[in-house]
Design a protein around this ligand. Structure first.
Ligand code: GAL
Length: 426
């Protein structure tokens, strides 16, 4: 009788353990799949969504029984997603993995407050240290631990143009600001906005301005903005604002109603001649069936030849990821050669890994890969690498106000103040 009772008790403990595992879905340390994976990003636009789907397809090949929940929140550069993510993370409801830019956005926002698990062991097991450039590894490292895996490298400083519009007007892609202004005047005479801008979510105005800063200050002066060596109130930044101010004279009047992708569409439709945007615009053009070097062309943003504004999307492991084993497998796919070769040609970016097969990339992406190796690399502020998030938000607000108010003194002193407040210019 006693024996029977013990067996029944043991069985009920086993049952309840099984019940807990099934309900909680926490595969924790056991390493078993929970059959689900929730991935958070802001990739919903043309090109972005197609790239993400390629990562999912690669994942499904190996883990066909895992249901993937795509928790993407629309809005370029994470303009809406970041707030949703913050609520979830602080509310103890993390996704299994989320898109985050390498650099300050990862380290300052998530790693330092203890919200991420280090993934250094995965890096070592997968041999990633041998196939990633040192600069990228540094952007995801904090105090000797690695916290995420870069999926790609986007170039932030690209001028995209409608080939037919420039050809019809006898215009060469402008290399300098003066070239740009001469071209813009010609186009103005024909009633064509030279530059498409869509700053509905604010960051797009800051994106254009950071490229103008790079084009005016050069790579060293630009880098100095993030180390305190270049003053925000100095003559160089004022010159950059003057260039920016002048460029704004040639943007579409309805810019505040557009987003990055609808502004890119304006170029494709010939409603504007050019736009300055990261090369996710290339992914967008491709998703619309446009042909590179036929329907659209590209050049470094004015003044930025020889510099490469680095934007890298990475994925990490939030502390308390609900389906940890499935999340770890996701990271392995993101860091894999196969995953990156599938994702990047659609996304409009180059592999973060150095060993991808270049034959899968088109003409534009091949040129980007060449420039990434040869150019001066500079960190993007608008896309999370150069500055802490508090500064990024204030900078977006200040630059957005400048677009309407055009007040140079107010802008430079407000940015200087934001820089001091953030501790960057202390
Ligand atoms: C950037 C991101 C890119 C692209 C872009 C527009 O911040 O790094 O992958 O998605 O926003 O949404």
């Amino acid at each position: 009788m006693k024996k029977l009772y013990l067996i029944a008790a043991f069985a009920s403990i086993l049952l309840s353990l099984g019940f807990v595992a099934a309900c909680g879905g926490d595969d924790g340390d056991e390493g078993e799949s929970a059959g689900q994976l929730e991935i958070f990003s802001w990739w919903t636009a043309g090109g972005e969504a197609d790239g993400l789907e390629q990562f999912f397809a690669t994942y499904r090949k190996e883990y066909e029984d895992v249901e993937i929940v795509n928790a993407a929140v629309a809005g370029g550069a994470g303009a809406n997603a970041k707030a949703v993510l913050k609520n979830r993370m602080l509310g103890g409801d993390p996704p299994d993995s989320f898109q985050v830019h390498g650099g300050q956005e990862l380290i300052d926002t998530w790693v330092v407050p203890g919200k991420m698990e280090p993934i250094t062991d995965i890096w070592d097991d997968e041999g990633w240290r041998d196939v990633y450039p040192e600069q990228l590894v540094e952007m995801v490292t904090h105090e000797d631990e690695i916290y995420s895996v870069p999926a790609n490298v986007h170039r932030g400083n690209v001028l995209w143009y409608n080939k037919k519009v420039l050809d019809d007007n006898g215009i060469q892609p402008p290399k300098t600001f003066e070239d740009f202004f001469a071209a813009a005047e010609k186009l103005k005479a024909k009633g064509i906005p030279a530059l498409a801008l869509g700053d509905k979510l604010k960051w797009e105005a800051a994106h254009l301005f950071e490229d103008v800063l790079l084009g005016t200050l050069g790579p060293d002066g630009y880098r100095g903005l993030w180390t305190g060596e270049t003053s925000w109130e100095g003559a160089e930044v004022k010159k950059a604002l003057a260039n920016y101010d002048r460029m704004l004279d040639y943007v579409n009047k309805d810019h505040a109603a557009h987003t990055w992708d609808s502004a890119t569409q304006m170029v494709l439709d010939g409603d504007a001649a050019m736009t300055v945007m990261g090369d996710w615009a290339h992914g967008y053009f491709l998703s619309k069936g446009a042909k590179p070097n036929v329907d659209y062309g590209w050049a470094p943003a004015p003044g930025t030849e020889g510099s490469f504004m680095v934007v890298t999307d990475t994925f990490g492991l939030p502390d308390g990821a609900p389906h940890r084993t499935d999340a770890v497998n996701w990271l392995k796919v993101v860091g894999s050669k196969e995953g990156q070769e599938a994702f990047n040609p659609k996304k409009g970016s180059i592999c973060a890994r150095t060993d991808c097969d270049m034959s899968v990339f088109d003409e534009y992406l091949k040129s980007s890969a060449t420039d990434f190796k040869a150019n001066q690399l500079t960190p993007s502020e608008a896309h999370g690498s150069a500055a802490p998030e508090g500064f990024v938000t204030e900078f977006n607000d200040i630059v957005f106000s400048f677009v309407t108010g055009r007040d140079t003194e107010a802008a430079t002193s407000a940015i200087q103040q934001a820089c001091t407040d953030s501790g960057m210019c202390a």
